[in-house]
Design a protein around this ligand. Structure first.
Ligand code: PFF
Length: 477
């Protein structure tokens, strides 16, 4: 399907529009929805954060997602090559490929810590699986999870994991190997197959657990927490956080979507596809909140517990729930599916670049890049134990408290993604050939003008302001 010379990485392309949508929804829906979104919403006071997040998705995220697809399909190459080609065809400097480079680097860095967190998920599958099957064989399948253990021991499981570099690195390695294996198998036989199996299973599990939570948890309190905005919580860093989360969750500015766009056939209309993906991703984030917070409140846990929220709090909740041992296991399997379809998109961006740029074979490229990300991830894992005092950007107020993983997460989310998005909006809104952009977008008339207005004016101005004041909140006082 993709025939151009520059697209060696995606020789095969997607086999259908559905395959593309599933792969892109798979890229978007991941730890960002189920782990990062509830964590940030909890830390930033709930409703106000959710509101800003939704505005960011609608006015900035969705227009930029379409821009990424447009650049990818027009450029028919990896994130750097595609931008260079569109720049050439538009007769502007090829230097614009800089933002493609920032995207690929961001994707690579995100992959490194993403795999560490996904490793925690694997560890919990192991723990809850052992517990569930232990119960099953003892003839008592429907009790709560870990009901032989005291509550302190259950919430302490995370601490045990964090204290052990060997376990952290082991599960991180396992997850990275799974990711590399799928990407090495190709766009059609690897990425697309994984998405078509995992995503439907994911949605099935998500709905099941949410319905269960609605009946057993404190659903009303969760609704109030998520949808009653307290505007005193809307600080500049919180707004920056919401914007970064919109980028992260929609997989923007990380090389993934330009690359996926290059594998899309000409017959696919990109605008409604981008809308479908954004709606699905946002829906899953909200549902994930409605799945997690009722449980958090029902058991009296603190919603602002930070990155450990779902790992520390939920096993305690599953402990007291009827059927908790099964639900707990399914919950972590659900997160694992979501994380895997996202991590393959994170690896695919830099891998496609290495294939196109250096003529590497796909498996070699995937192994080298995945291996590099694995090594950086080791530093993140050690940041919980032997290097726990390390604060890599401790001199910068907003990163003063951040350990190695949080620093990488914050640096990519708050800085690199918005910066690449800012450059992309200027490129697509002002520099790229208008006819080419219009034709690729599939929009016409008023809708095209509205999209172009958002990309050319709203995105650059809003993202620039949020970047400056979010990164240097001192400027506001
Ligand atoms: N969107 C993914 C999530 O929400 O977990 C994370 C992600 C995937 C970010 C792919 C960036 C990316 F390119």
């Amino acid at each position: 399907m993709v025939a151009s010379a520059g697209a060696q990485a995606g020789e095969q392309g997607w086999s259908s529009r559905t395959a593309f949508i599933l792969a892109a929804v798979g890229a978007a829906v991941g730890l960002g929805n189920i782990w990062r979104f509830p964590t940030l919403a909890g830390e930033n006071g709930g409703g106000a954060f959710v509101l800003v997040y939704l505005v960011c998705v609608l006015l900035i995220g969705l227009p930029l997602m379409l821009s990424e697809f447009v650049v990818g399909r027009a450029g028919q190459s990896d994130a750097i090559g595609s931008v260079a080609r569109v720049a050439e065809e538009s007769r502007v400097s090829r230097k614009w490929r800089l933002f493609g480079g920032i995207e690929i680097l961001a994707g690579f860095l995100i992959l490194s810590f993403y795999s560490v967190v996904a490793g925690w998920v694997l560890y919990y599958i192991w723990l809850s699986g052992g517990d569930f099957f232990g119960n099953l064989f003892a003839g008592e399948p429907l009790r709560g999870a870990f009901s032989d253990m005291g509550q302190d021991a259950v919430s302490g499981m995370m601490g045990e994991l964090f204290a052990s570099p060997g376990r952290l690195i082991g599960v991180h390695a396992l997850f990275m190997v799974a990711t590399i294996t799928i990407v090495a198998s190709g766009v059609h036989d690897g990425i697309e197959k994984a998405a078509t199996w995992l995503m439907p299973a994911f949605f099935f599990l998500l709905l099941g657990i949410t319905i269960y939570g609605a009946f057993t948890g404190d659903f009303e309190r969760a609704l109030a927490f998520m949808f009653t905005p307290d505007f005193s919580k809307l600080t500049a860093p919180a707004i920056n956080e919401a914007l970064g989360q919109a980028f992260f969750s929609l997989s923007l500015a990380s090389g993934a979507l330009i690359t996926y766009g290059a594998y899309v056939g000409r017959e696919v209309n990109l605008a409604p596809t981008a809308a479908t993906i954004s709606v699905a991703d946002t829906g899953v984030a909200l549902i994930a909140g409605l799945m997690i917070f009722p449980i958090v409140f029902a058991v009296g846990l603190d919603p602002s517990a930070g990155p450990a929220l779902i790992f520390q709090s939920l096993p305690v909740a599953f402990q007291t729930m009827p059927g908790g041992s099964l639900i707990g296991l399914l919950f972590f399997v659900l997160i694992f599916f979501a994380a895997l379809t996202s991590s393959i998109s994170l690896l695919e961006g830099p891998t496609a670049w290495a294939i196109d740029r250096f003529g590497l074979r796909r498996p070699a490229a995937a192994i080298m890049i995945g291996g590099g990300a694995f090594v950086i991830g080791i530093a993140c894992a050690l940041g919980y134990n032997v290097w726990s005092d390390v604060r890599p950007l401790g001199f910068w107020s907003i990163f003063a408290e951040a350990d190695i993983l949080d620093t990488l997460d914050g640096f990519t989310g708050k800085l690199m993604l918005p910066l690449a998005g800012l450059l992309m909006s200027i490129f697509v809104g002002w520099k790229a050939d208008r006819r080419l952009v219009e034709m690729q977008s599939g929009l016409s008339g008023g809708l095209f003008l509205a999209w172009r207005f958002l990309v050319a004016w709203v995105c650059p101005i809003a993202v620039a302001l949020i970047l400056v004041f979010g990164l240097f909140p001192e400027l506001l006082v």
